[in-house]
Design a protein around this ligand. Structure first.
Ligand code: CA
Length: 756
């Protein structure tokens, strides 16, 4: 019996041993080397297993992971080495099931074949729960067409986490990260979105380029309960909404908005909390803060610095709404609690903003308490557009702010602001310790978010990044020199004559400078119908060049161009012309300085100290978006200290149609220019020298315009700013500003002009 017992015991031990070690239950690491191996592994994966993608480039890989992990035994998909697994080509990632973790992948050099790059679902019925995507990079993973729409990230299901990811360079249409509430399974979801790097998103030039959206108007009375915290929004400039909140019960906490145009907009949904966020505008155009709409919103302990935005894009905006409006319109602000926020050196605080016939219900039952408003020089920053007695103002402190918006609840102070260890400014007087943000506020930094192993690139560094390369005169020496090289390269052209026989393609940013002492001694002629063709990635800066079109052969279309875009483009380009002499663009019936395609946006076109003479076509025809969708072709157009003489068609034709209010541009700034004999050719069917349609900001300062076709400015959407000041108009009718939509008589500021 003794032996038998012993034998039984040993057998039991062996059985237990083999059960524990048996391949069917022991958590496995499965290294896969190709898509076939991946699919095989994904089919069999169990709780606790890890699928490891081998380092390398995985092309055209539609990753699907439908699995069931357990709370402490997730199903994991990861890179062999973080950052060394590149997902390229037509690829995406979809997960569904429970307790799944994906990490370490880099999506670049491609785009998603579906409507999402990273998705927390595999089909409508198959959502992800308790799952996580972390340390994933999506870098310029854009669909090829600017208006081909997708989400880079779409959250569905419940209790998912999206953290420590890097999303940078979205250029095609669509929200960067969308939380969807389109079925009950995705509502009241308690997702967490934290420690992500939302990298630069360039100006899109139309609606549909939000960085983060939670919900939609349709489901906006539903609670989402999403927490968005410790994220860094770096120059997220797509459109007027950086964040579009369209649901209830969400928390936005400890996020930093660095030089981002637009606002955190509480567009729809009630009962949201916005606290401990920091906005650094650094004086950049259109940087905004928080816009409050709807009921039961709490906005406390937020710091807003150097924000220049105005109207709905201001540093702090409380909107008017309507009583019982349709779900997609503006609901009245009720029970807003606005406490302990600091606004420093920011230009605009708007209360009861947007008041009009529809939005006739001002904020009620609301409170603004212990907020600090400070500017370094005396300045008025508040504007009230309706009755604000529904806001209870208590102990708000103004430093240098000249006019309180209400008769009670504001105290003037003269104390200094002192920088604290956290980099933020506080009043030096301890008596004001209870006003403005708390000393414990600690903004996240760029280094705290995203991943450590992938660079965060400065998008503004375009030109002049590489030491100069010398070019000598001759036939096609320029073409040859520009045929290769890196973006940001600088070329120094020696004095002499250059001939170019085929168009020069620019798919990188280049600078062409006249070498020292060669200013206006660099003569460029070209025999093709076009000199420069800008394609994806291309930008051009030139200084001190003399360019003549007198040898340019006429193209089949009869339209020649000094510079043209080659196709539609996803990315924005820049064109900078300084100290140029551009003459005799006149061999073709229409010979333009610039000819563009639709779906192209110039971030900026800057012309300074240059002369243009004898040109049959247009200088800047920026009018290719004619569908009235609120789309346009250039954000900033600046022309200073230049002359235009004998130009057959228009100096400028800028078109931004439609009544959508989601963009800040275009901006046009013309100063100290001489404009003579422009727009008078018989083929100028528009019969204008300058036509600006829907431009948002127009400055015409100190120009002299002589014997030219009329100037027309059409105001369409929003409240455009137009200033016509100090110009001389000779043998030309005075510029006409038309209000096409607004009921207001005339919003332009026109003064100190001379008409001869
Ligand atoms: Ca929008």
């Amino acid at each position: 019996m003794k032996i038998n017992n012993n034998f039984f015991f040993k057998s039991l031990c062996l059985l237990v041993f083999f059960t524990v070690l048996s391949p069917s239950t022991w958590a496995k690491d499965i290294l896969v080397e190709n898509q076939k191996e991946y699919r095989k592994a994904a089919k069999k994966v169990r709780a606790g297993d890890t699928i490891i993608l081998k380092n390398g480039v995985w092309k055209d890989f539609k990753i699907s992971l439908v699995a069931k992990g357990k709370k402490n035994k997730p199903v994991t998909l990861k890179a062999e080495t973080k950052g060394k697994v590149i997902i390229s080509g037509q690829s995406n990632l979809r997960i569904a099931g429970e307790y799944i973790v994906v990490s370490g992948l880099v999506f670049k050099d491609g785009f998603s074949p579906s409507s999402e790059v990273l998705s927390f679902r595999r089909g409508k019925e198959n959502l992800a729960y308790h799952s996580r995507m972390t340390e994933i990079v999506v870098d310029n993973f854009n669909k090829p067409g600017k208006f081909d729409q997708d989400y880079w990230v779409a959250l569905y299901g419940k209790h998912n986490r999206f953290d420590h990811n890097h999303l940078s360079g979205k250029k095609n249409k669509g929200v960067t990260l969308a939380v969807r509430l389109d079925s009950p399974e995705s509502q009241e979801n308690y997702h967490r979105i934290d420690y992500n790097y939302f990298g630069p998103r360039p100006v899109f030039g139309s609606n549909g380029a939000e960085t983060l959206r939670i919900g939609t108007s349709k489901f906006s009375l539903t609670n989402a309960y999403v927490t968005v915290e410790n994220n860094y929004f770096d120059r997220c400039n797509g459109e007027v909404e950086i964040i579009s909140n369209k649901s209830g019960g969400n928390i936005y906490r400890n996020n930093v908005f660095f030089e981002s145009r637009g606002t955190l907009t509480m567009r729809h949904g009630n009962g949201n909390l916005v606290e401990n966020n920091v906005f650094f505008g650094n004086g950049k155009d259109h940087t905004g803060g928080i816009r409050v709409i709807n009921a039961n919103q709490t906005i406390r302990n937020n710091y807003m610095s150097g924000l220049t935005g105005y109207r709905f894009g201001g540093a702090f905006v409380v909107m008017n709404g309507a009583v019982n409006p349709p779900i997609n319109r503006y609901h009245q602000v009720k029970n807003a609690k606005i406490e302990n926020n600091t606004l420093i050196n920011s230009d605009h605080v708007q209360l009861a903003a947007g008041a009009d016939e529809e939005r006739d219900a001002p904020p009620i039952s609301s409170m603004m308490k212990n907020n600090l408003f400070t500017v370094s020089e005396p300045k008025e920053i508040f504007t009230s557009f309706d009755d604000i007695s529904g806001i209870d103002f208590i102990n708000n402190v103004l430093i240098n702010v000249t006019k309180a918006p209400y008769k009670t609840g504001f105290v003037n102070s003269q104390v200094d602001m002192v920088k604290a260890a956290n980099g933020l400014y506080y009043p030096s007087d301890p008596a004001l310790a209870g006003v403005g943000v708390s000393k414990s506020l600690m903004p996240v930094t760029r280094d705290d978010v995203g991943v450590m192993w992938y660079p965060k690139i400065d998008p503004e560094a375009v030109f002049d990044l590489v030491e100069s390369v010398a070019i000598t005169p001759g036939e096609n020496t320029l073409t040859h020199a520009l045929s290769s090289g890196v973006s940001g390269a600088v070329y120094e052209l020696a004095a002499g004559h250059y001939t170019v026989t085929t168009p020069i393609n620019l798919s990188r940013a280049i600078t062409l400078n006249a070498a020292d002492g060669a200013q206006n001694k660099v003569h460029i002629e070209f025999t093709s119908p076009t000199l420069f063709e800008i394609s994806e990635g291309g930008s051009l800066k030139m200084n001190g060049l003399h360019i003549s079109g007198n040898k340019s052969k006429v193209s089949e279309s009869g339209i020649n161009s000094l510079i043209k875009t080659k196709n539609s483009m996803l990315g924005n380009y820049q064109l900078i012309i300084d100290n140029a002499q551009i003459v005799d663009l006149n061999t073709a019936p229409v010979f333009n300085l610039l000819t563009i395609n639709n779906s192209t946006v110039a971030d900026k076109i800057v012309v300074t100290n240059s002369q243009f003479k004898n040109i049959t076509g247009n200088i800047l025809p920026l009018n290719k978006e004619i569908e009235d969708r609120g789309v346009y072709n250039a954000e900033y157009i600046t022309i200073h200290d230049s002359s235009f003489e004998n130009v057959g068609l228009a100096l400028m034709n800028v078109y931004r149609g439609g009544t959508d209010e989601s963009t800040f541009g275009p901006h046009v700034d013309l100063r100290n220019n001489t404009i003579k004999n422009v727009g008078l050719a018989s083929n100028n069917t528009l019969k204008k020298s300058i036509i600006l349609h829907g431009v948002q900001v127009t400055n015409l300062f100190s120009n002299t315009v002589t014997n030219s076709a009329p100037i027309l400015i059409n105001h369409t959407v929003g409240e455009p700013y137009t200033k016509i000041i100090g110009n001389t108009f000779e043998e030309i009718t005075f510029p006409v500003v038309k209000e096409l939509v607004s009921i207001k008589v005339d919003t332009a500021e026109i003064r100190d002009n001379k008409q001869i």
